[in-house]
Design a protein around this ligand. Structure first.
Ligand code: 5AD
Ligand code: SF4
Length: 428
């Protein structure tokens, strides 16, 4: 999501006459798009800004701006903390960026804009379509109304707001006309797409509409909240050929007690029931998830429930995090914090276990013929191309530039932790 926001920022600035440079030292304008979902991401921004101080000394006309969640959270305090900063703009203010930069140029004084709007204008900004790019992101909604007790997103990105269906369809049609074959629909909780518009269109309708656009071969989406994973959406996996067999379905914990404290509104049994149903409707589906360890009050038994769930479900891949306390969230007020060393131990256990499961799931694909959409020359070898299976696994195999954008059948020969290797069935 943040990557896509950065693409939109770049598109806006290009329209205002800026061009990107490959060396920061040459830039006249540096915008850092920030995330504050966990403390670690926030710390990175401060150290990056610290390094930029030298650049500013050497080139006083350089403009340095900060956008995204951390900017929304800190507002004017950001300038107090980092005096060489020229501009702070919040999550609803991307569309104003060119004007804000003009103001900085004219006044040479710091500018801060973090107001929330009822309609988020930046939702409609189109990212540039990079030449030859086969895949693209499309924002379908922004904000979140769920208020999971640990999460800062609803506080910093505001209320859920969906883009209109015709606007999204138009964007995807443009992408298709420029050669894009695969779109990933983005939102904090895509399942509740349409609720903020109230015109009766839901996410399943949107998927069907996009499924009928010529040229688009694959559709993906992220992220889904388990509590809103309706039967209608599950059916899309069997009804829509273009919908890829992968779902990112963050579970967060296997403990019902902790799920309740997290305000997730489902139980371990509810989650497992959804997974069973997904797997019965779409047998080969790959399921990935997020887990937080060390939420306040997470006892040994709660952690064990997470481990047991992982063993039962065997996710294809998992993003696991240590709980990070965020100001303003409900969980920040909870007692019974888990120590850093216990968090570290638990994270290590989860990650080691998942490595085993990921490899198992990947190894089970050896011998399969998989449909691969070729995306690029492989990062590992110039003689290889890389693409992804419909289940979102990276596959490298012998091939050249002419294959980019093509969908081919590839025999899987080797499996690793982060990728697969294969060959075209008629090639040795
Ligand atoms: N601490 C740790 N992890 C968090 N996430 C969100 N907020 C926090 C937090 N305060 C994780 C969740 C979410 C993913 C995007 O980030 O697992 O699904
Ligand atoms: Fe955060 Fe929960 Fe919303 Fe996801 S659903 S963005 S975890 S509040």
């Amino acid at each position: 999501m943040n990557v896509h926001d950065s693409e939109k920022i770049a598109a806006l600035m290009e329209k205002s006459g800026y061009a990107s440079v490959d060396d920061v030292g040459k830039a006249d304008l540096i915008i850092i798009n920030t995330c504050s979902i966990r403390e670690k991401a926030a710390q990175k921004v401060y150290s990056q800004l610290g390094r930029l101080k030298e650049f500013k000394k050497r080139k006083p006309k350089l403009i340095i701006g900060v956008g995204g969640c951390l900017a929304q959270q800190w507002g004017v305090k950001f300038i107090e903390r980092v005096p060489h900063l020229d501009l702070v703009f919040g999550t609803h203010n991307i569309h104003s960026l060119p004007d804000l930069i003009t103001t900085v140029e004219k006044t040479r004084a710091p500018v801060v804009r973090t107001d929330f709007h009822e309609r988020v204008k930046s939702l409609g900004i189109l990212a540039p379509i990079q030449n030859g790019k086969v895949t693209a992101y499309v924002t379908i909604m922004q904000g979140c109304n769920n208020f999971c007790s640990y999460c800062v997103v609803p506080h910093l990105r505001g209320e859920e707001e969906s883009r209109s269906l015709p606007e999204i369809v138009m964007e995807v049609e443009v992408l298709a006309s420029r050669g894009v074959k695969e779109v990933t629909l983005l939102g904090q909780n895509v399942n509740s797409y349409g609720k903020s518009i109230g015109n009766g269109h839901d996410f399943a309708d949107l998927l069907h509409e996009i499924g009928s656009i010529r040229g688009i071969e694959r559709i993906r989406f992220t992220t889904s909240h388990p509590k809103d994973l309706s039967d209608g959406l599950l059916r899309c996996f069997s009804e829509l050929d273009k919908l890829c067999e992968h779902i990112h379905l963050p579970v967060q914990t296997g403990s019902d007690r902790v799920l309740k404290m997290m305000n997730r509104c489902y139980t371990n049994a509810d989650y497992c029931e959804r997974v069973d149903k997904l797997r019965s409707i779409c047998p080969g589906i790959s399921i990935t998830s997020d887990i937080i360890v060390g939420f306040p009050g997470e006892a040994e038994g709660d952690f064990q429930a997470t481990i047991d769930m992982m063993g039962k479900i065997r996710f294809d891949n998992l993003f696991s995090f240590k709980y990070s306390e965020r100001d303003g969230t409900a969980a920040a007020d909870l007692g019974d914090k888990v120590s850093e060393s216990v968090k570290n131990d638990r994270l290590r256990i989860v990650q080691a276990l998942q490595e085993k499961y990921t490899l198992e799931r990947n190894e089970a694909m050896i011998g399969n013929k998989e449909e691969i959409l070729v995306e690029e020359i492989s990062r590992n070898s110039k003689e290889d191309v890389a693409g992804r299976t419909r289940t979102n696994k990276i596959v490298n195999f012998r091939g050249g530039l002419e294959m980019i954008g093509k969908t081919v059948s590839v025999l899987i020969t080797d499996a690793y932790q982060h990728s697969l290797r294969g060959r075209l069935p008629n090639v040795n």
